[in-house]
Design a protein around this ligand. Structure first.
Ligand code: TRP
Ligand code: SF4
Length: 400
């Protein structure tokens, strides 16, 4: 019924690094050519944890969009926008909040985790508890089927599905459906009406499949029913609802674990990152000072790549030939660690070159960036407004 849309958001809390590129953005690049994609800056989500530092968010918003564009996200293919510029997200969030049990939010694993982990922040707030529901609104408002996310976000998408299901259940009824269905049942005539209604109860209350089949047969056999009545009677048996919100699926970003400078996963909180647009000088220095196999104290000491974080980066960046050269040279002490790092530095800088070129255009002319986002916001807003019209109507809020 709805075209297969993709939606994903990213919180603007600092500049992006190669972990984001290899883990998330490369996936976006693939998706943008396959589906209509909506990628947005989740600035409200950033505020749930950084409400005391809005200036950090403001700064990061534009830098992050430049990082996306640098990576190759194409604004002529994907719709790029900022969450807070589409206030309909907030309206849907509010309406969904009415019927969302508190327990659903308290049970999301990230909730207690993050409160524990970010002890220095007071996250005992209404906004932070609502984080996954705001995310549900982000997704549902575009009636998106696919949500590319990392593993940690899967429970949020799961909850989004429950929220959609509950919404459709509560509000997805045709107005006067029940009365119309009963009218239609009467038209079956006498004994068959009674059989139909009894079978319906038996199915809905006891899950009696045989009764369901029997009732369906009665509807099939009825000659004089209109198409509308026939549909209604089939629907009434199984408790049919109108689909207003679409249940999305998580599209798992295969956990391509990008190693950082110390061999742990690359992450800002470990301080082991290489920035997407970091200067060549700084990247070179960072790689040159990376720790290596501790067994190689002197140049003449042999080592083993499996004990070395540099090797993990070779696994991402180097071709077969280079990798064999590293293996052989390390084990035999035939090469030094600085020699070993040389082709790695080259590859990282080579990967970065086209990114810097793409970014430059927007750095030179920020109005280009503003215009492209304004455009994306308009487009996103149109889609969001369509959904909100249906949502308001379903909830009886379209007073006119
Ligand atoms: N919570 C997501 C994250 O931290 C960001 C996000 C907000 C998001 N809204 C979304 C992701 C909607 C996908 C869809 O990564
Ligand atoms: Fe690591 Fe390369 Fe040095 Fe071996 S030669 S320890 S793989 S940096």
């Amino acid at each position: 019924m709805f075209s297969e849309r993709v939606i994903s958001g990213m919180r603007p809390t600092g500049s992006l690094h190669l972990g984001h590129y290899h883990g998330v953005l490369k996936n976006w690049l693939r998706l943008q050519s396959e589906y209509p994609c909506f990628f947005f800056v989740a600035d409200w989500h950033a505020l749930t944890t950084h409400y005391d530092r809005p200036e950090l968010i403001e700064e990061s918003v534009w830098e992050m969009v430049i990082d996306w564009l640098a990576a190759g996200v194409d604004p002529t293919q994907a719709t790029l926008f900022i969450q807070s510029k589409v206030p309909e997200h907030a309206e849907l969030f509010l309406l969904l909040s009415m019927g969302t049990p508190l327990g659903w939010l308290e049970r999301v694993p990230t909730y207690k985790d993050q409160i524990e982990k970010l002890k220095e922040k007071d996250l005992q707030t209404y906004g932070f508890l609502g984080y996954p529901l705001l995310q549900a609104a982000d997704i549902l408002i575009y009636r998106a089927q696919h949500v590319p996310v990392g593993e940690d976000q899967v429970p949020h998408v799961e909850m989004t599905r429950e929220v959609a299901r509950r919404f459709n259940h509560l509000y997805g009824k045709e107005i006067g459906f029940e009365e119309k269905a009963l009218e239609a049942a009467k038209k079956l005539g006498g004994k068959r009406t009674k059989l139909y209604l009894e079978a319906r109860v038996a199915f809905q209350e006891q899950g009696d499949e045989e009764a369901l089949a029997q009732a369906q047969a009665i509807v099939h056999e009825a000659q004089s029913l209109s198409m509308g009545d026939r549909e209604r009677l089939f629907g009434y048996l199984e408790g049919a609802r109108k689909l207003i919100l679409v249940e999305p699926q998580a599209l798992l970003t295969e956990s391509s674990r990008m190693p950082g400078l110390d061999g742990q996963k690359m992450s800002k909180s470990y301080g082991n990152t290489i920035g997407l647009r970091e200067s060549a000088e700084s990247i070179t220095k960072k790689v040159k000072t990376m720790p290596t196999d501790p067994a190689r104290i002197r140049r003449t000491d042999p080592g083993h790549p499996k004990n070395c974080p540099v090797w993990e980066l070779h696994a991402v960046y180097s071709d077969q030939e280079t990798k064999q050269w590293v293996q052989a040279g390390c084990i035999s002490a035939g090469i030094g660690c600085l020699d070993c790092k040389e082709p790695l530095i080259k590859s990282i800088l080579k990967e970065q070159q086209p990114m810097l070129e793409r970014a430059q255009k927007y750095i030179d002319d920020p109005s280009l960036l503003r215009a492209l986002i304004a455009d994306g916001c308009d487009k996103a807003r149109k889609t969001a407004q369509e959904t909100m019209r249906d949502v308001r109507e379903a909830m009886g809020l379209d007073y006119s």
